[in-house]
Design a protein around this ligand. Sequence first.
Ligand code: NAP
Length: 329
Amino acid sequence: MRYKILGRGGPRVSVLGLGLWQAGSRMWSWRRGVEESVRRALGYAITYGINFFDTAEIYGAGYSEKVLGRVLGDLWDADLVIASKLAGYRWTMGSLRRGVEGINRRLGRTVDLIQHHWPPPAYVGVCRVIRGLERIVKDGLAHYYGLSNYPPKLVEKALECSRSVEPVSNQIQYSLAYRAPEASLIPIMREAGLSVIAWSPLAKGALAGVTRARAMAQRMDPTFRRASRDQVLLGALRRVAERRRATMAQVALAWLMHRGAIPIPGFRRVDRVKEYVGAVDLVLTASDLDELERASARYVNRGVYTPLQGMRLLPGVIQMLMIKMMGGI
Ligand SMILES: NC(=O)c1ccc[n+]([C@@H]2O[C@H](COP(=O)([O-])OP(=O)(O)OC[C@H]3O[C@@H](n4cnc5c(N)ncnc54)[C@H](OP(=O)(O)O)[C@@H]3O)[C@@H](O)[C@H]2O)c1
């Protein structure tokens, strides 16, 4: 396994992490046998050197964090780096603190990386959030903090506001089927030393060759719908995969790692994790990269970064009620 440091002086993480949204979320219609599957998958991942696991307080309304905490209780390894996310409807110091205390209780340990899941509503200043996150780190409730789904302007604002503790990362949607961050977001992040953590690195399975949505998460995702019909991109992935004797998912993950991003693919079974691990040593040649980049070039200039930005138009209390009524996402 290869490792890298998050941000300028953050924790040391494997170049490939794993996402745990699937672990107990209704959007992935998966509850039965979750804990056993996660235990097997993480056991395998840790043996192969993966040490970076991502969850969030809203995944299954805390269920994903509880499963992760219980599973890691048995597989404990001091090198593990656990990331979770505070919902974007939290921005007051009190609410951020209560949120991270809940996360630590469910995980059964101090979270390593706490991320703000999406920017606060448009009427709230980003500096308020940054002050709160800095305080959380200074008080030892988390070891590091990062952002998630912060677009270019708000990343700049967050960096301007940070005084004593710098963020280490921004977790963003990024894949061969969603390359909008390359236009201005990633250049700003690179300049500031923020690591790119890539969510939906497989466009929810579309880049692995899934053409029919099975879970609600896939049905509701415009990137999945578009990518699963994009014969140009899927054809290029298939050809590169055949040449490298790899799978399409491994090629899509290897491309992200080549770009310096840390993909955190989701899983429901240990077989997927076995497949993902194979991407770490997959070397793409210049002509592979060229083929993939030409086939996905039209996704580079698709305008600004859009995921979860609509939430900023809703008052925080409405966001919170919506997510509570849904029983988490
Ligand atoms: N910060 C944010 O706002 C945000 C948003 C979304 C996600 N995330 C994080 O990112 C992680 C991953 O993103 P994601 O959940 O959107 O999806 P993803 O990693 O792009 O796709 C994962 C899904 O792809 C399917 N898949 C992979 N290989 C496959 C294969 N060979 N054949 C068939 N299906 C295959 C699997 O479906 P099956 O389970 O059916 O096998 C798997 O659950 C999440 O777990 C979460 O931690 C963060």
